[in-house]
Design a protein around this ligand. Sequence first.
Ligand code: ACO
Length: 311
Amino acid sequence: DAEALQAQFDDVIARNERIEPRDWMPDGYRATLVRQIAQHAHSEIIGMQPEGNWITRAPSLRRKAILLAKVQDEAGHGLYLYSATETLGTSRDELTEKLLSGAQKYSSIFNYPTLSYADVGTIGWLVDGAAICNQVPLCRTSYGPYGRAMIRICKEESFHQRQGYELLMTMMQGTDAQREMVQESVDRFWWPALMMFGPPDADSPNTARSMAWGIKRNTNDDLRQRFVDMTVPQAQVLGVTLPDPQLRWNEERGAHDFGEPDWEEFMRVVKGNGPCNAQRVAHRRRAWEDGAWVREAATAYAARSAVLGAS
Ligand code: ACO
């Protein structure tokens, strides 16, 4: 009965074991997973745009090969994650429709423009660095297919982060103009990267429940702090300044103090009014519509093969 099923579910969560697709789960647990995993998948797919924008203008064959591989990895991440949501009973078509209608979100960070090639490096270093901070704990999430997808995704994200840092390191050893380009890029991406972790814990409606269910393993503020502490020494080695006058080591806390991101800007971007929201969604819509004939042809072919196979 319902109570026994709930007790069994609670027991799996309490023992830190995995819930699998065929297991009974509360409706709220399923809905939260679909929301978070779909948002994550959409972020990977929309996230191809800001960097894809530079593939044709990469400064060398080597940089182009790296960037192409990275953007293709992001498509792969989106696909694993859409597959994980399919195990919860939603189709990829349904999720894409929800992305295009604005019913589902994607990460705020991808609504900022990429203005120079240094942005490719900064996105790798800061944006993929933040993604790793957020996603390594998700390898231990309570839903099996999501956790297993995260393991592979995190390995590839580590490569993305390294290639970004290496790109910036190379530019920092170049000319003054290149060093300025890196600093200008870091100045633009620092605060939006901090916003990736979501609103402060006090304003995060989902965190407590998602943590009780073992979907999230840390709060937004905890992960943001971890990211700042990890990034400060990397910025020093690189020789760039993080644009926060309040940033300093706090001996007592054993962590860095830092300033408050502009949460009004965050809300504006999340609600659809960031610098590139309209452009990102329009581009995705165009790709979806242009691909309609492929989906129709594949479906017709599958149906015909099934009939021929059966006879
Ligand atoms: N961009 C857009 N929306 C956001 C962001 C963000 N950076 N942060 C929070 N939100 C949204 C939440 O989705 C939620 O809205 P919803 O209820 O309509 O879905 C609302 O703001 C309130 O936030 P929280 O209650 O804190 O939401 P949640 O518990 O889901 O935490 C978080 C947000 C930390 C992003 C979580 O969903 C998560 O860890 N997701 C998986 C990682 C991910 O999606 N990464 C994508 C970017 S990284 C990359 O792809 C390279």
